[in-house]
Design a protein around this ligand. Structure first.
Ligand code: NAP
Ligand code: ZN
Length: 336
């Protein structure tokens, strides 16, 4: 049996729950979990915000652990390898997107915790293609959040060709945002952390931000009209997006990675007159995941974490819900 923590209905507290070890397919590996980060998407799943959750639900998709068993056709990994697993656990492998290394765009993409069970557990099974060997110089607890938060914020900088010297705003300095600030500054962008939490200013600057802007102060936002080439929104709630559209320079982009569930309405004149655009980004495929891990290892981009034993999962989830995590809660498997 695998020993996990599960929600049995929407908005439930998690409770210990065992399920039978899934049969290992030929291309799958079994991983003994050591750490698992808590992404805000786990909260959306537990609350069934996206109306796609399946219960019992074992959340957790920022997994680090050791390969303990390999299927008969596994060739990329061996028992004993340290790997990380993110949001995605499978894809068709044959469509144009999979062949281009953008498996995250595959119409048959398989999420790690929808229709299968995730990383708030002692073990997990996944496809070998989505278990990534981790660079040796990254600690497991600080690297775990790279597997979802890290790739999600690194990928749009590449996808939308954000270039050195450009002015980039990172909106929301949580799990995703604090990594987005680090990647942005290491990529040579002039980086502004935009946050509603004044106590995050000093840490945002220490993480590499050049400027800090409070988004609870509307006049401060107005004063930054026409200032940014790229604003990456990581907030998990709906906001009035017009101030951020106004903050873009010509050709600027407002890019959503935060899953607000809301909508955005802007005057079309704003899109054509100043050639601004609104875009989004969804985790990242195998190619960008490997590029991100290599970049993170080289530049020591890692998460600032607070580690709790896995049996404290509900305490950790509450901290995320209350925006009290600094900056990623990580669960440590294997006891107290
Ligand atoms: P998080 O750690 O909770 O951080 C979110 C941050 O957004 C908070 O720290 C806060 O930053 C800001 N925020 C929260 N509520 C707000 C509100 N009502 N008004 C204004 N700002 C608010 O969450 P996360 O793990 O980084 O995830 C962020 C979002 O990204 C979630 O919706 C998650 O589902 C989504 N996500 C998307 C992808 C993808 O592939 N696109 C992947 C992973 C996660 P300040 O304190 O600085 O204001
Ligand atoms: Zn996530």
């Amino acid at each position: 049996m695998f020993h996990a923590y599960a929600a049995h209905q929407a908005k439930d507290k998690l409770t210990p729950w065992d399920y039978p070890k899934p049969e290992l397919k030929s291309t799958e590996v079994e991983v003994q979990i050591s750490h698992c980060g808590i992404c805000h998407s786990d909260i959306h799943l537990i609350d069934d915000d996206w109306k796609m959750s399946r219960f019992p639900l074992v959340p957790g998709h920022e997994v680090v652990g050791i390969v303990t068993e390999t299927g008969s056709a596994v060739s990329l990994l061996k028992v004993g390898d340290r790997v990380g697993i993110g949001w995605q656990s499978g894809s068709c492998g044959t469509c144009e997107w999979c062949l281009a290394g953008q498996e995250n765009m595959c119409s048959r993409a398989q999420p790690t915790c929808v229709g299968r069970h995730g990383g708030f557990a002692d073990r997990i099974v996944t496809s070998e293609r989505f278990a990534f060997k981790l660079p040796e110089n990254l600690d497991s607890e600080n690297a775990a959040p790279l597997l979802c938060a890290g790739v999600t914020v690194f990928s749009p900088y590449r996808l939308y060709q954000v270039k050195e010297g450009m002015k980039v705003g990172v909106l929301g300095i949580g799990g995703l945002g604090h990594l987005a600030v680090q990647f942005a500054s290491k990529l040579g962008f002039e980086t502004t952390a935009i946050s509603g939490s004044p106590d995050k200013e000093a840490e945002a600057m220490a993480l590499g931000a050049h400027h800090f802007l409070s988004n609870s102060d509307q006049s401060a936002l107005r004063s930054k009209a026409n200032s940014f080439d790229f604003i990456l929104s990581t907030v998990s709630a709906s906001l009035d997006w017009m101030p951020y559209m106004n903050m873009l320079r010509p050709n600027g982009k407002l890019c959503f990675v935060g899953a607000t569930g809301g909508s955005i309405t802007v005057p079309t004149g704003m899109l054509l007159g100043r050639q601004k655009s609104i875009c989004g980004s969804n985790i990242g495929g195998v190619k960008i995941m490997n590029e991100m891990l290599e970049f993170a290892a080289k530049h020591q981009v890692v998460a600032k974490t607070e580690v709790l034993p896995m049996d404290q999962v509900n305490v950790a989830l509450d901290k995320v819900r209350q925006n009290k995590a600094r900056y990623r809660m990580v669960l440590k498997a294997g006891g107290k």
